[in-house]
Every structure is written in structure tokens, then in C-alpha cells.
Design a protein around this ligand. Structure first.
Ligand code: PMP
Length: 432
């Protein structure tokens, strides 16, 4: 039995001074029961908590740590940058270098602006789309999460749906009215919305592979159809690649599917674990951003030298080591093949969705292609499964509506350990 005395005490204490005891709701264990574990350090595939437990980490800080924790290449770059000061608030050479690197890696990006989080990236991208088109409405997809900007907390996935607040209080009716929603993978529904709001839609924003309702892959025809529709109607197509950027391929999901958006938003891996986001796209659109153009967007710490050093080291490594993606594909495929075998052995028929190093198990027999089908999963069963895995030293996302992220630190031995834990946890979860 893994002990959690210290974490439990810290969680009690945290709740007095921090809302819900956590600085981001997705870290709470509300949906799965129990208390969150408080971490002290992490290295390679492992997290170490306050009680001295070691966990095999399959969230990896919700995506950024694609090379595992405390990767030397990133740590060294940060250490080298620190003596030169933590912030200048003035331009640096590093910002040009990382911008040039991003432009060279991501197909749709001709110019890019660095920000401090994925939320800032998506908020800014739709402001540019609205400023450019002179239109107010946006279309997003049910179950997609684009950070906590007001416009996106409508039918939102991730922590919002986990906590049962996909439409957050505090968002004004006016803002909510400007966000139209459609089911993921449903091109006809989008066409109908566009038709009913002719000439009023500034942008269609989506996760080109959705990771925030559990992992849901797009039909290629859906992405291609959105591209055609946006071209025809003068709508800005935005791919939110905060999760998928640099994870599915050096150029993200747009490289994998060969569909090029007008704008892209990035985060997570781009900062190598530091708080970084970015948005970019066609020159014509990005030249609308201040001070080149009239759409205002700024940031005291944007392009922070330490964060840029971490990001630069991470992206340079990924660009120079394309075999990283082959390795991640092979390891992740083995993990999922092992899970499939376990399901078969136990006579269970659940759905596992995977692309590259992202995957989810849904406790439903239905094919999961959108938010409605994702919601057919038995979340109580997921909760028991999650806790059984935790007891076996495997740290998963504490919600059905999240994807797992595999890092290059997961070895063959760890795959075997994971698959065995999965078998036992599936059995235990069904006894509960
Ligand atoms: N977009 C997507 C697709 C995300 O997954 C997330 C965060 N998980 C965000 C935006 C928001 O990023 P952040 O948490 O850095 O604000």
C-alpha cells in the first residue's frame, strides 16, 4: 500500500490558503476520489512525492516533458542562462532564434509571437482573427479545451467537464453568444452554423487532434472540409496545437494530416517545462498584431530569456533528432498493444484511442469520435482504475477526459511494468 500521510496533511493545509488546495483544477483528484500527491522532484520517467513514493509518470506535466523529467539538454540551457539575469523586458537575440526555429518547423507559421501560456495564445489568436475579419463570432467544438479565456469556457473539455462546469459562471452572456459550438468530427454541423451566421464568423478554432475529452482523433475529411469551408467563407482557421505541437511530429498535427491552418497556437513542449505559449500564422494575419498592426497584445515577461533558453534547447533537440518520434510511436504502440491484450484476456471490450505518444482508454464499448461518445464512458469505473494504477506506482491523469503523454524516458522494462499494472488494475476496478 502506497502511503500518502504527508501529501494528505499538505492537502489539508493547502486548502486554507489556495482555492481547492491546487493552482490548477486538473491537479485535484475530485473526479477519481482521494487527495492529490504533492511532488518534490522528478527525473526521467519518475515523479517523487513528499511521502517518498516513486511513480512512473504518464502525464509529464500535462505534455511538456516529452524527453522525460529534468532532461539534461534543457536543464543545462537553463543553468547557462540564469547568470545573465532572469528578465530584461527588452528584446534579445534568443527571441529571434526561437522564432526562426518555430517558423522552420511548423508549416503554417510565417511569423510568431511568444506569450506565457496556452491560454494567452488562444485568446490572442482569436483577437487577431476578429480584428482581421471585422467579425465577432467564433466556432469551437464540444469537448475541446483552449485554456480558460472567457470565449472558450463554453462546452469546454479538460478540467471544466471533469468538474461538471463546461459552461463557466462568470462568462458574460454577450461573450457566450459569440461562441458557437459544433460536435467534433461533424463537418455538416459546422456548415449549418456558418450558413446560419453568414458573414459573421471570424474563426473556427479546434484541437486538430483532441486531447481534452480524452484522446479523440479527427477524420482527415473533417480537417480538409474545414479548410475548404474557411477558404470559401473568409474564415480564419486556427489549429490549437498546444498539446499536439512538437509532440505528434516536429510540425505538429498539421504536419501529420497535411492540412495547413491560417493560424496555430502552441504551448507546453515549446517551453520545455517553463511557462511559455505562442501564436503564429500567415504574415498577413500576424502583421495585424501590435506594434506592426492595430490588434493589441503584450506581455511583461513574454519572451523571457530563461523560458526561451529552455524552449530553444527542447525544440533544437527535437528538430535534430527526428528518431525521437519513431521511438515514441514504438513505445506507445507497445503499451496500447499490451492493454488490448489485457482487455481480451479479461473478456472486456473497451475503447482505446491512440495517435503517436498520446492515448486514452474509455470505459465504453462505443467508438469514441466526439464529446457525446466520450461521455458514454463509465467514469466511476475510471476512478477505480485510476486509483488501482496509482497504488501500483503509475501516475495517470486524474480524469477520464484527458489524454496520456508518453515520454522518451519510458523503457521496454517500464512498458512491461505498465502493462502488468494495467492488467491488475482492470481486474481490481471490476471487483469494486
Ligand atoms: N489549448 C489546449 C489544446 C490545451 O490542452 C491547453 C492546456 N491543457 C490550453 C490550450 C491552455 O494552456 P495553458 O494551460 O498553458 O493556459
Amino acid at each position: 500500500m502506497i502511503q500518502a500521510h504527508v501529501s494528505n496533511e499538505l492537502f489539508q493545509r493547502a486548502q486554507n490558503s489556495i482555492p481547492g488546495g491546487v493552482n490548477s483544477p486538473v491537479r485535484a483528484f475530485r473526479a477519481v476520489g482521494g487527495n492529490p500527491r504533492f511532488m518534490v522532484s522528478a527525473k526521467g520517467p519518475y515523479l517523487f512525492d513528499e511521502d517518498g513514493n516513486q511513480f512512473l509518470d504518464l502525464i509529464n506535466s500535462w505534455g511538456p516533458m516529452i524527453l522525460g523529467h529534468a532532461a539534461e539538454v534543457v536543464q543545462e540551457a537553463v543553468q547557462k542562462a540564469i547568470p545573465d539575469s532572469l528578465s530584461f523586458g527588452a528584446p534579445t537575440r534568443k527571441e529571434i532564434e526561437i522564432a526562426e526555429l518555430i517558423v522552420s518547423m511548423v508549416p503554417s507559421i510565417e511569423k510568431v509571437r511568444m506569450v506565457n501560456s496556452g491560454t494567452e495564445a488562444t485568446m490572442s489568436a482569436i483577437r487577431v482573427a476578429r480584428g482581421y475579419t471585422g467579425r465577432d463570432k467564433i466556432i469551437k467544438f464540444e469537448g475541446c479545451y483552449h485554456g480558460h479565456g472567457d470565449s472558450f469556457l463554453i462546452s469546454a473539455g479538460s478540467g471544466a467537464i471533469t468538474l461538471g462546469v463546461p459552461d463557466s459562471p462568470g462568462v458574460t452572456k454577450g461573450t457566450a453568444n459569440d461562441t458557437l459550438t459544433a460536435p467534433y468530427n461533424n463537418l455538416d454541423a459546422v456548415k449549418m452554423l456558418v450558413e446560419a451566421n453568414k458573414g459573421q464568423v471570424a474563426a473556427i478554432i479546434l484541437e486538430p487532434v483532441a486531447g481534452n475529452m480524452g484522446l479523440v482523433t479527427p477524420q482527415l475529411s473533417f480537417l480538409q472540409g474545414l479548410r475548404e469551408l474557411c477558404d470559401k467563407e473568409g474564415i480564419v482557421l486556427i489549429f490549437d496545437e498546444v498539446m499536439t505541437g512538437f509532440r505528434l511530429a516536429p510540425g505538429g498535427a498539421q504536419e501529420v494530416y497535411g492540412v495547413t491552418p491560417d493560424m496555430s497556437t502552441l504551448g507546453k513542449i515549446i517551453g520545455g517545462g517553463m511557462p511559455v505559449g505562442a501564436y503564429g500564422g500567415k504574415k498577413e494575419l500576424m502583421d495585424y498584431v501590435a506594434p506592426a498592426g492595430p490588434v493589441y497584445q503584450a506581455g511583461t515577461l513574454s519572451g523571457n530569456p530563461i523560458a526561451m533558453s529552455a524552449g530553444m534547447a527542447m525544440l533544437t533537440y527535437l528538430k535534430d533528432h527526428p528518431e525521437t518520434y519513431t521511438q515514441l510511436e514504438q513505445i506507445s504502440a507497445k503499451m496500447v498493444a499490451g492493454m488490448q491484450q489485457n482487455l481480451q484476456q479479461l473478456g472486456l471490450n473497451y475503447t482505446i484511442n491512440r495517435i503517436g505518444s498520446m492515448f486514452s482508454i474509455f470505459f465504453t464499448q462505443e467508438k469514441v469520435v466526439d464529446f457525446d461518445t466520450a461521455k458514454t464512458s463509465d467514469t466511476a469505473l475510471f476512478g477505480r482504475y485510476f486509483n488501482s494504477m496509482l497504488q501500483r506506482g503509475i501516475y495517470l491523469a486524474p480524469s477520464q477526459y484527458e489524454a496520456l503523454f508518453v515520454s522518451t524516458a519510458v523503457t521496454e522494462d517500464l512498458v512491461a511494468q505498465y502493462v502488468q499494472a494495467n492488467l491488475e488494475a482492470l481486474q481490481e476496478a471490476h471487483q469494486g
